[in-house]
Design a protein around this ligand. Structure first.
Ligand SMILES: Nc1ncnc2c1ncn2[C@@H]1O[C@H](COP(=O)(O)OP(=O)(O)O)[C@@H](O)[C@H]1O
Ligand SMILES: [Mg+2]
Length: 384
């Protein structure tokens, strides 16, 4: 399948209140209550999400949660059963894929095997009738952007996976798309290449700051590294979204806390609001104070969310929370130790810089964490 679309540009995008460096040619993406159904089954359930011009938004979620479907709806391969999709100032919901001026890269490269790198990159330009001189300029430009200038004459089979994916990105960029859609572009690569490709993608976006990117992945590290904003999908619904760091610090619900950054999540009851946005809850045998960031009501049940690196062996403040458990496992991961405690039947994971004398499995121990590092979160609305 060709994964570059070769379309006419739309009318000049209107992007008010955008910095000048970003304004030229930049278009955002808007999902407005977009639903997709297959054979009567709702796959995408009233998705509303905005990707601002020049922004990288990552859509993350487990396999089958509807991420690819959302992306294909933007590309025009899937027709929504309800709602609108807007690119820049244009409602593109009823436009065919070729009229949307989109670049798309999918997981498995999908380069044309019988074409040299330069012809793969030129493909979209030729299909739209770009003149030969312009193609001769544009192709090396795009290969330069992805660090593949030296490989123009190679065939895809003569390239590594990472190099093929770079070419796929160059090909997607050749037509100067308003938006770039990436569907798990790194998931076929091994871990080390993936990390360097992440750096490359960040660098690419710095050199093309007006490019709007919607990045689909099931890998939270990729999302945290690259994206300005993150949307979290579950069962076809957007269950959390927000600016990357804010979403990590104060996940709005249990699902988001666990999916993004694998926080410790402990069930709690009997919430009692205290002063200044904090609340005290009952968590098994322990009383814990945390940020009531989401304004949960008195007496409600919720979850205590605390990150593994925010747990300490000693209290750091007088008002520190303390829980006691039994060491279940100790793992040395090179850069850090990971210690799992059993606290009243719940697993609590702590990470530390490598320990000289790590605790022994089976021993009882206390861990401490600041109230400011605890976020009290509800279950996902409408689930469980
Ligand atoms: N063409 C299709 N026909 C029927 N069901 C589909 C089709 N494409 C996807 N699905 C279903 O829609 C759900 C979401 O799929 P998808 O968007 O690919 O999820 P993700 O990309 O998050 O893994 C899955 O349950 C999948 O089986
Ligand atoms: Mg997918």
């Amino acid at each position: 399948m060709a994964n570059t679309f070769t379309m006419e540009r739309g009318p000049a995008p209107q992007a008010p209140a955008v910095p000048a460096a970003v304004a030229h040619g930049a278009s955002g993406i808007g999902f407005e209550n977009v639903s997709v159904t297959y054979g009567g089954q709702t796959i995408l359930d009233s998705l509303t999400l905005t990707v601002k011009p020049g922004e990288i938004v990552a859509l993350i979620g487990p396999s089958g949660s509807g991420k690819t479907t959302a992306l294909r709806a933007v590309a025009g391969f899937v027709q929504p059963s309800a709602g609108r999709i807007v690119i820049g100032a244009r409602d593109v919901t009823r436009l065919p894929p070729y009229a949307r001026n989109i670049g798309m890269v999918v997981q498995n490269y999908a380069l044309f095997p019988h074409m040299r790198v330069e012809d793969n990159v030129a493909f979209g330009l030729r299909a739209r009738g770009t003149d030969a001189d312009a193609i001769r300029t544009r192709v090396p430009e795009c290969l330069g952007l992805v660090g593949m200038s030296k490989y123009a004459k190679r065939y895809p089979r003569e390239l590594s996976g990472g190099q093929q994916q770079r070419v796929a990105i160059a090909r997607a960029l050749a037509i100067q798309p308003q938006v770039l859609l990436l569907d798990e572009p790194l998931s076929a690569l091994d871990a080390q290449i993936r990390r360097s490709m992440l750096d490359e993608l960040a660098k690419l976006h710095r050199s093309l700051p007006s490019l709007t990117v919607l990045y689909v992945t099931h890998d939270q590290t990729e999302a945290l590294t690259l994206a300005n904003h993150i949307g979290i999908m579950r069962d076809g619904k957007l269950v959390a979204h927000g600016e990357t760091q804010g979403l990590y610090r104060h996940p709005p619900n249990r699902f988001a806390a666990e999916f993004l950054g694998r926080a410790n999540v402990l069930p709690a009851q009997q919430l009692v609001p205290t002063t200044d946005g904090y609340a005290r809850v009952r968590c098994g045998d322990f009383s814990i104070v945390g940020r009531n960031h989401h304004g949960l009501p008195a007496a409600s049940a919720c979850y205590v969310c605390v990150r593994p690196h925010d747990l300490h062996f000693r209290p750091r403040t007088e008002a520190s929370n303390r829980v006691t458990g039994v060491v279940q496992s100790v793992q040395w991961l090179g850069e850090l130790h990971s210690v799992v405690l059993d606290v009243g039947g719940e697993a609590l994971r702590l990470t530390r810089a490598p320990l000289e004398s790590p605790p022994e499995p089976g021993t009882a121990m206390s861990v401490h964490f600041d109230a400011a590092d605890v976020t009290l979160v509800p279950e996902v609305e409408g689930h469980g």
